[in-house]
Design a protein around this ligand. Sequence first.
Ligand SMILES: [Fe+2]
Ligand SMILES: [Fe+2]
Length: 443
Amino acid sequence: MHRILLVEDDDQFRRAMVMSLKDLKYEVIEAANGKVAREICGTQKFDVVISDVQMPFLDGVELLDWIKKNNPMPFVLMTAFTNILETKTAYELGAEDFLAKPFRQIELKMILDKILRPPSKNAPELGEAESLFCRVSIDEFVSRPKIDFDVYIRLSPNKFIRIGHAGDEIPRDRIENYKQKGQKHLHIRREDFTKLVDFNLELSRVVVKHEQVNVEKKINFMKYTGEVILEKAFVAGVDEESYGEAKEMLVSTVNVMTEIPEHLELLNVLNEHSDWIYAHSVGTAMFSLMIARRMGHTTAGTYFKLGMAGLFHEIGYKEIPREILEKPRPLLSQSERALIESHVTRSYEILSCLRTVPSDVMEIVYQHHEDVLGQGYPRRLEKHRLHPLAKIFQVADQFADVAIKGPHHAGMSGKKAAAYITDLYEDKFDKDSLKALHSVFTA
Ligand SMILES: [Fe+2]
Ligand SMILES: [Fe+2]
C-alpha cells in the first residue's frame, strides 16, 4: 500500500481528502500545516506528499523547497486559481504535479497513478502538449466574468496545468493583480478557441454538410502559413512583442478557419494563383491585429475577425488573370483597372456563397478599399457607415501593400512604409489607426 502525506490546514477539506484517498486504497498520514509536515518528513519517507499552498507557519512552496533539499520525495501541490504565480515557482522547485482546486476524485487518482506507476511508453512526445494549447492574452479575461472553458498556465514548454475550470468566475481584481505581477498570458485548449472567439464551428460544419478536412493538407498549409508569417510577411523594424502576439493569434485563427474544408481549399487556390497576394493577405491580417491591439482592442473575438478578414479579403483576385495582377499599375488600361477593382465585390460574393463567414468579417472585406473621405470603392461609403474594424483594416491593407515585397517593389522597413502611406493618404485614413500603426515600429 502506498503511503501519502497529506498537508492541508482546512480541517474539513483535509477530512474529505483523507476519505477520498482511503477510498483509492492509499495509506494517509495527515499534517495540519507545513511546519508539522516538515517535522514528519525529517524522519519518514512517503511515496507522495500532497500539500496545499497557503498555510500558516510554513506554506506549501516553502515545504516543497525544504523537502526537495533535505528528503526528496514526489510532491503534488494543490493550488487554486488565486495561487497561479506560486505554482510557477513550485514547478521550478521540482513539484511533480499540480491539482487545481476544486478537483474531482478521478483527477486525484490520475495524478497519483501517473507518479506511482512506471512511465508509460505512450507518454506524449516532447512538444506534443504545446500543439494542444493556444496562448491567450490575460487581458482577454478582464472583460470575461465567467469562463466557459478550462484555463491553463504554462509552466514549461511541455507542461500546462489547469488553474480554472469551465464555469468558474474569475474576479477582475485578481486578473489585474496577475497583470501587475507580470503575468501576460494564459492558455486554453485549442478546441476551445472557437468558444473564445465565439465562432460556431459546429454550425458551419452543418452548413458544409459535415465534410471532413483533409488532415495532411491542413497540416501542410498551417506549416506553410507559419513560414509566410515569419519570412514573406515580416516587416523590418516591427516591435517584437507585438509581432509575437499577432502571430500567436493568427495561427490559432487559421487553425480554426481551416477546419472547414472550403476555407482551406480557397486559401490554397489563392496561394497557388499568386503567392505574393497570399503573403500580402497574411501581412494585412498581422498588421491589423497589431494596430487593433495598440488601440486598446483586447478581445480574441476582435482579433479573430481581423485575422479572418485579412486572409480572405483578396480572395476575389483568384478570378483575375495573373498577368493583369502583375502588370505595373500605370500600364493598366481602364477596363483592366476596373477588372482589378472588381476583386472586392468578387471577394464578397465568394465569401457570401460559403455561408460560414461571420457578418463582421464580410463587412470588413467589403469595405477594405473604402476610406474616411467617402471616395473609396466599390460603394463610396461615407465615414459614419464604415465598420470600426474596417477603418483599422484599411490602414493595415495599404501598409502591407507598400511594406511587403510585391512583383514590382522590394518592400520597405516599417517606419519608412508607415511614413510613406501617411504622406500619400493621410486624409483618407482613420487618424487613430494610423497613429497606432506608427507606434508598432521601432525602426
Ligand atoms: Fe484589395
Ligand atoms: Fe489587400
